[in-house]
Each structure stands twice: as structure tokens, then as C-alpha cells.
Design a protein around this ligand. Sequence first.
Ligand code: ADP
Length: 162
Amino acid sequence: MRTAVFPGSFDPFTLGHLDVLNSALRLFDKVIVAVGYNSGKKGFFPPNTRVEIIRQAIGENQRVEICSYTGLTVDLCKEKNADFIVRGLRTTTDFDLESVISQANRTMEPELLTVFIPAGHEYSFISSTVVRDVIVNGGDASGFLPKGVDISKFIEQNRQGK
Ligand code: ADP
């Protein structure tokens, strides 16, 4: 069985991420969407909320697992028995950053292959940063987010510090 890890901050998960995930599901039997977080760095949404948003975005799918992790992606791949890492590419800047990370991962784990999936052109401008800016400034971010995500609920939870 071909298993890939799709790691990211997913703060929050967007239509761009969903597009990459759907492409990855054409290549792999199972895709593990892994929310990476750093306990010292506070994100916008807490990791458990990011996982819940992804769950709402994807619904029931036996071929998708969602988890959160800290530490190295290569260690998560070992733990999950995954031989592939999936990353999305929007721009040449993404490529420059991603190629360095993939070389580092390959040096640590030569058998682990990173697969880059190009952004769909209609989603290539979407980033979690833009979504957070829209939210912070009171705008409607739903056009950037997968159907089924009740973002207002999570914004309210964030406001109440839950
Ligand atoms: P990270 O902080 O690890 O870059 P992100 O959540 O920002 O995490 O992104 C996760 C992955 O999704 C990265 O590979 C990123 O390049 C990719 N990605 C983000 N937005 C898009 C998009 N609109 N189209 C395609 N890939 C994207």
C-alpha cells in the first residue's frame, strides 16, 4: 500500500490544500494530513481546532487520516510507515524553500521521497496567511475555505480563548 504524509501548518486548511490532497489521492492509497506545530510558537488556531477544520473539510474518507505532530516530519513518516511526503507548489519561491527541505529529509531518510504537486491555477493565490488576514480584519473568508467548514464557530472559540 502506498502511503503518503501531507504535512503542513494548515492554519487553517484552505481550498488550495484540499486541491493538493485530492491530487495526492490519485497517486496514493492513503494520505495522512499531518498538522505540524511547534509548542513554542503559538499559531492562529490551536492544533486541535486545525484538525477539526480539516475533518469538516474532508468528511468521511477511509483513505484519509488526520493527525497532529511536533518534531521532524521524517520521524512521523517512520511512525506511520509512509514512504512519501507530499507538498504543494504555488510559486518559484515555494520551490526554492521546498527543494531545500526535501534535500534535508532525503539526507536523513534516503528512502523517503518528496512528491511536489502543483497548485491548481484557480487556487494558486490562496494561502493560510491571506485567510488569517481576512479573518483578523473581520472579512468573510468562506470563499477560500472548503465547503462544510464552519469557520465562524472556530473564530468565536478563538475569541473566547477556548
Ligand atoms: P507550511 O507552514 O508547512 O508551509 P502550509 O499549511 O502553509 O504549511 O502549507 C502546506 C503545504 O501546502 C505546503 O506544501 C504549501 O506549499 C502547500 N500549499 C499551501 N497553499 C497552497 C495552494 N493554494 N495551492 C497548492 N499548494 C498549497
